[in-house]
Design a protein around this ligand. Structure first.
Ligand code: GLN
Length: 202
């Protein structure tokens, strides 16, 4: 990796879910990885990753710890945020098949359907063509994954399954994937996100 200037500080929301894997990926890309559990920690980061886990639990904890409103404000002010799986649900403006009363932080002009593959196809892997990433297809790991049912005019699809369903999206500084790159050795989505963070800091 080549670095322009000092390493970035990338926070990983560590309320619940597979945040440790993301911390490891960020460090292996040569950036500084820190956990985020309190609102004050948002002031110290250049970008944020919201991990996979269980979005309804993450939603509840983020409100209990008084993080939800500061997170919404940070997103609105342009903080780059990458959400994987449950993290994508947290970033969606609209949620389908959510738990009763489940809220999201929003930011991405998309409708995301939770657990879209049902119990028949709880977890699976598929190779995706992602035009914004150079090289071979992305080997994507899906675990009780959501899909993007509707992409609004402000967001853009980045990757689809063979059946055409959208599983990766971006909108300005926000990036979301239904799948878990942190569980593979292909970190191009994280690199793509780090580029967004570096561009914003510059
Ligand atoms: N099904 C979970 C949810 O609704 C997401 C699963 C995951 O993050 N791997 O939040």
């Amino acid at each position: 990796m080549t670095h322009e200037g000092s390493p970035l500080t990338i926070g990983v929301l560590a309320l619940q879910g597979d945040f440790r894997e993301h911390l490891h990926v960020v460090s292996s890309l040569g950036e500084k990885a820190v956990t985020v559990r309190r609102a004050a920690e948002l002031d110290e980061i250049d970008g944020l990753i919201i991990p996979g886990g269980e979005s309804s639990v993450m939603d509840k904890l983020s409100r209990t710890f008084e993080l939800a409103e500061p997170l919404k404000a940070a997103i609105a002010s342009g903080l780059p945020v990458y959400g994987t799986c449950a993290g994508l649900i947290m970033l969606a403006d609209r949620i389908l098949d959510g738990m009763a009363g489940q809220q999201t932080l929003g930011g991405l002009d998309v409708s995301v359907r939770r657990n879209a593959f049902g119990s028949q196809r709880d977890s699976f892997e598929e190779d995706l063509d992602v035009p914004v990433l150079d090289g071979e297809p992305v080997h994507a790991v899906f675990i009780r994954a959501p899909v993007v049912d509707e992409v609004g005019p402000l967001a853009s699809p980045l990757g689809t399954l063979a059946d055409g369903r959208v599983v990766a999206v971006e909108q300005g500084n926000l990036l979301g994937t239904s799948f878990h790159p942190e569980m593979t050795h292909d970190y191009r989505f994280h690199e793509y996100f780090v580029e967004k963070v570096r561009a914003r800091r510059a």
